[in-house]
Design a protein around this ligand. Structure first.
Ligand code: ATP
Ligand code: MG
Length: 532
């Protein structure tokens, strides 16, 4: 049944892509290492890429995505501005050796993705197409009858300035992504949201003094034991930053009750990787866990960064870099050499505001992602196009993904109740659950006629002629969650000629005569968005 839903999702995706002039293609799933080596992603993809060798020992991989393949197609087939813009898409298998595959189809290692790629002469053209594909995505998820929001996403370092990227997120408690919204005004993935904390006021500058804080190793402990407001303490996190061959260490200063947003940090550092420093690295730097701080005796080999919510002219409680001690009256601008400007590094949280308006956090499942790539792939793979002056230029790209299998699983996460799935009609495996409770051949024959008339009317029907009693049958029908349940019960039908219809979503139940059955079912399905 899930496969039937997947096919419907695919159909809606195809129709909306074809409408905006995108062309469907199919690329090979197994791709040669050479292409990935041209862009540096053979290394950069790391262990999530499943690598294999053929009989001639040539390296290949099972595609986790297809920018390289499509750029190869572009450079071999497109050479004039007259051929642009163009958008090619496929619906195909992807493989990613995820660290934590989980929740079945939501995060599988092998999954189906719609991936589309467009090629343009300039940014203005990419922007115009971006708006069209964005519109297509809105139509796709609207037609599926799903509650979604599009959020500004993190483009990573590769997006470059001015590059747009949005994720399409289905709202569901089971979601792994946290979304920051100001209803009707703003929505972004927490990975990127630049929120503010309201009503902060640092303590005025004061003398720097050490005080004993035995066994008090966190900001919470120190604030509690010594009567400080937690926002008057600073936590010191030491992070390792890897850029190419180089390894650096940074001490990141945040308000005592804030968390580091590692994605903001990685982007701000323009890093290949970042991670918290480990115990042995802290020891090498001469730092004592629980008592680390930025000032007093400055630490060699460590740059200090402040989050923007820290008032660098106010005073705070910080670790003293002495076992069992903190210091109060620490003023960043006075007591550390501030070589870096403050950065937005904190994780947004409940209670934050955006331009004075309170934020609301929601859980979401990322089902789609649209992304302006710029010239990253065309440049590194040497794809060029002649412009109207006959001059070779490097065109730019956009890429657009939808997790097809994930969308089906996410739809179930969003649309269910305690009894089972409540399928949106547009992507339900079947329209009708048709159950028959009959002993006599005569009623069974009528059931068969009704089934045939459903099919003739173009409905998709799951015909339950297992001969179960009503209890088990109704339970199964609720669990499977098809939009409309129709039950032919021999006793009622013989007595009154009535057939029962139940709408799964609303629970509405009605009884109709056989001659108005098809029309009523059609009307119900219509109102549920079957033909959206
Ligand atoms: P995530 O952050 O969830 O890992 P991603 O950002 O790596 O996803 P993209 O590279 O943008 O994903 O891929 C496009 C789409 O493919 C995603 O929006 C998602 O719907 C789907 N997708 C990605 N990884 C998986 C997976 N492991 N299983 C199922 N669908 C996936
Ligand atoms: Mg993504």
């Amino acid at each position: 049944m899930a496969l039937r839903s997947i096919r419907k999702v695919e159909k809606i995706i195809r129709e909306e892509h074809d409408k905006i002039g995108a062309l469907e293609v199919q690329m090979s799933v197994i791709t040669p290492a050479e292409l990935w080596k041209e862009t540096g992603r053979w290394e950069a993809m790391g262990p999530q890429m499943l690598r294999i060798k053929d009989r001639a020992e040539r390296e290949l991989c099972v595609s986790p995505t297809n920018e390289e393949t499509i750029t190869d197609v572009f450079r071999k087939t497109i050479n004039s501005y007259k051929q642009l813009p163009v958008c090619l898409y496929q619906i195909n298998t992807k493989f990613r050796d995820e660290i934590r595959p989980r929740f079945g189809l939501l995060r599988g290692r092998e999954f189906t993705m719609k991936d589309g790629y467009s090629l343009h002469m300039d940014k203005a053209c990419l922007d115009r197409f971006y708006d069209r594909i964005y519109g297509a995505y809105v139509n796709i998820f609207t037609r599926m009858g799903l509650e979604f929001i599009s959020v500004e996403a993190d483009g990573g370092a590769m997006a470059g300035g001015g590059a747009k990227t949005h994720e399409f997120q289905l709202i569901a408690d089971a979601g792994e992504d946290t979304l920051v919204t100001v209803p009707g005004v703003y929505a972004a993935n927490i990975e990127k949201a630049p929120t503010q904390r309201p009503n902060l006021k640092a303590l005025p500058a004061a003398d720097l003094t050490k005080f004993a804080t035995p066994e008090q190793k966190t900001c919470e402990d120190v604030a509690k034991a010594h009567g400080f407001d937690i926002t008057h303490t600073l936590k010191s996190l030491v992070m390792q930053v890897v850029r190419g061959e180089k390894v650096h260490y940074y001490m990141v200063m945040l308000l005592g009750d804030d968390q580091l947003n590692e994605i903001k940090f990685k982007n701000a550092m323009n890093a290949d990787h970042t991670r918290p420093a480990q115990q042995n690295e802290l020891e090498k730097l001469g730092l004592i866990k629980g008592y680390m701080g930025p000032g007093l005796d400055p630490v060699q080999g460590l740059s200090v960064l402040y989050d923007i919510t820290v008032d660098v002219n106010g005073s705070y409680v910080v670790g003293a870099n002495v076992d069992g001690h903190h210091a109060k009256g620490f003023v960043p601008s006075r007591d550390t050499k501030m070589t870096h400007k403050s950065l937005d590094l904190r994780l947004a949280k409940e209670g934050d505001v955006m331009n004075g308006k309170p934020i609301v956090l929601k859980k979401g499942i990322e089902v789609g992602h649209v992304f302006q790539l710029g010239d990253k792939y065309t440049k590194s793979m040497g794809a060029t196009v002649l412009n109207d002056q006959g001059k070779a230029i490097t065109p730019i790209m956009g890429c657009y993904g939808i997790g097809v299998t994930r969308t089906v699983a996410a739809a179930i996460e969003q649309c269910h109740d305690k009894d089972g799935i409540v399928w949106p009609a547009a992507i339900a495996p079947y329209d009708i659950y048709f159950g028959v409770i009959a002993k006599t051949d005569e009623t069974k024959k009528i059931a068969e006629e009704i089934y045939q008339s459903f099919l003739a009317a173009g409905f998709e029907v799951l015909y339950d002629d297992r001969g179960m009693g009503p209890g088990g049958m109704f339970k199964d029908a609720d669990l499977i969650g098809l939009p409309v349940r129709v039950v032919l019960g021999e006793r009622d039908f013989t007595a009154t000629g009535e057939i029962e219809i139940k709408v799964r979503k609303t629970g509405e139940t009605l009884k109709v005569q056989r001659d108005s059955l098809n029309a009523t079912v059609k009307e119900k399905l219509q109102s549920l968005g079957k033909w959206a």
